[in-house]
Write a protein that binds this ligand. Structure first.
Ligand code: BTN
Length: 329
């Protein structure tokens, strides 16, 4: 907290020095405490010039995702107004769930610089090295029945893909239900969790992981072939702050569209971004494997496919692999 307050003061006078005495007086702490925090801020990447007579001046901030770094630039109306930031955490989803159980409001966001136990779908692990990528969880409290929760999941996939499209100028593809691919490789994934009773959602957690600054060698051997990052695809380092801004703006926009206009615009854009019609797919769902051709997503977000045996199947949860070439339906 003191760090944030010191940074706030230094940011207020970007071109002039602020004396240690002035900072200690305004924050009501000792000059030694100020000096110690300045030293700490330097170790986490802030470039702060110090002059014995004049005091301190902030030269450059690192690409950290702390509330004071992020909030002034977000440009959202309500999403991310409260940011819970962690250097290292088990999983932002677990933390957001805990906060939501304790009354956290819609739009509160949990962000971590790294995760010890980043969770992927179907019990998988999500690689979460320090300062490289985006790991965030958003708390939502939509007033919809639980069977419509998968539409919020599709909405989040649309928002994430749209953010990637706008930020990079590349053409992301959504793989059902909510993987985001760039040139067939996964760049982002969503793990959405729900807390509800039979006819009412208490809250949803949208957990979003986007590979921003991963180099190829940073991926484990097992996933290297199928994974990518924006840095790899764009050939340049990515400002996590700038991408976060873009992502939260898209999420806020798409969630409001969903609440005001319902599922139709979300499904329309999901279909454009997923190009699923006619794709030969192999689907694993609750231990069963289905091979066939994808037909569509239905209004509840379930995948509809025609199996090799000619049966029409509806899949509500599972994993999809794309097979060879498309079929014209
Ligand atoms: C997947 O594609 O399997 C989903 C990956 C979701 C990863 C994100 S990172 C932030 C949030 N916290 C987690 O533990 N998981 C999600």
């Amino acid at each position: 907290m003191l760090d944030e307050e010191i940074l706030q003061l230094l940011r207020e006078s970007p071109s002039s020095f602020l004396s240690g005495e002035e900072i200690s007086r305004r924050l009501d702490v000792s000059r030694t405490a100020v000096w110690k925090r300045i030293e700490h801020l330097r170790t986490v990447g802030y470039e702060i010039e110090a002059s014995t007579r004049k005091g301190y001046r902030l030269i450059r901030s690192p690409d950290l995702l702390t509330p004071s770094e992020v909030r002034p630039f977000l440009g959202t109306k309500w999403m991310g107004t409260t940011i819970h930031h962690f250097h290292l955490i088990d999983s932002t989803n677990s933390k957001a769930y805990e906060l939501a159980l304790n009354g956290a409001e819609e739009g509160e966001v949990v962000i971590a610089e790294s995760q010890k136990k980043g969770r992927g779908r179907l019990g998988r692990q999500w690689l979460s090295p320090l300062f490289s990528n985006l790991y965030l969880s958003v708390i939502l409290r939509p007033e919809i029945p639980p069977y419509q929760a998968s539409l919020v999941t599709l909405m989040a996939a649309v928002a994430t893909a749209d953010a990637i499209r706008k930020f990079s100028g590349l053409e992301p593809l959504i793989k059902w239900p909510n993987d985001i691919l760039l040139k067939t490789k996964k760049v982002a994934g969503l793990l959405n969790e729900i807390h509800s009773e039979m006819d009412r959602i208490h809250f949803m957690i949208l957990g979003i992981g986007v590979n921003l600054n991963m180099d190829r060698k940073m991926f484990s051997k097992e996933i290297r072939e199928g994974a990518t990052s924006l840095k790899i695809e764009m050939g340049q380092s990515i400002s996590r702050k700038a991408f976060l801004q873009c992502l939260l703006q898209e999420l806020e926009k798409w969630y409001e569209i969903f609440l005001k206009e319902g599922a139709l615009p979300v499904l329309k854009t999901w279909r454009e971004l997923a190009q699923i019609k006619g794709r030969p797919v192999k689907v694993t769902s609750f231990g069963e494997t289905l091979v066939g051709v994808a037909i569509d997503v239905d209004p509840d977000g379930a995948l509809i496919l025609k199996t090799e045996q000619g049966e029409r199947k509806r899949v509500v949860a599972g994993d999809v692999e794309y097979q060879a070439k498309n079929v014209v339906l």
